[in-house]
Design a protein around this ligand. Structure first.
Ligand SMILES: [Fe+2]
Length: 195
């Protein structure tokens, strides 16, 4: 695991301290979606909806944006995107803590495989190199992420794949949290945060 600097430890400690119940109480109302080809939310004063973190988040993940060395089973893929505020301005320095199961639907709950945090660059952009999450009982295919813009609040949510048969049966799935998948090995998403 990469060592973390003291300020980043404080950032993560702040994430742990957030009362999840309070965060969930602010769940944004569902937005009407046209079902078109671009489900990524626009920065139109609708922040990205919050979702439950589920039972498998592990605090203090290492800082890294490439999970390839974990050797986890699954199809290689990249997830790219941008964090913007509700005025469409990019938000550099946003902490993004990703975690997800491997291609067989298994989480590493004792170590940090397929877990890591990174910060958006000067353009508010991020890039995660990993494997495609699999399915596990009761859930459709998804990524988990906790994010925190500088000076802002923690947003916990999940990202989904369009066209997944299991989406319809998953009570947590929301269409506005679908990524744009341009090819099987690349997905993208634009997060909208309040500042
Ligand atoms: Fe999950």
């Amino acid at each position: 695991m990469a060592e973390q600097s003291l300020p980043r430890r404080r950032v993560l400690a702040g994430m742990v301290a957030l009362p999840l119940g309070a965060a969930l109480a602010r769940l944004a109302p569902a937005r009407a979606e046209s079902g078109g080809l671009s489900p990524t939310p626009a920065c139109d004063d609708h922040p990205t909806p919050e979702q439950t973190e589920g039972p498998y988040w592990t605090p203090n993940s290492p800082e890294r944006s490439d999970f390839t060395s974990d050797g986890a089973p699954g199809e290689p893929m990249t997830l790219t995107g941008t964090v913007v505020d509700t005025a469409c301005r990019p938000v550099p320095g946003t902490l993004l803590d990703f975690w997800h199961c491997d291609g067989n639907g298994v989480y590493d709950n004792t170590g940090y495989k397929l877990r890591g945090h990174q910060f958006t660059d000067g353009n508010g952009a991020f890039r995660l190199t990993t494997v495609k999450p699999g399915l596990y009982p009761g859930r459709t295919r998804h990524f988990h992420v906790k994010m925190r813009p500088p000076g802002g609040q923690v947003l916990t949510t999940q990202l989904y794949f369009p066209g997944e048969p299991a989406n319809r049966a998953d009570g947590i799935y929301r269409p506005e949290l679908e990524m744009t998948v341009s090819d099987p090995g690349h997905a993208s998403f634009t997060f909208v945060v309040k500042k």
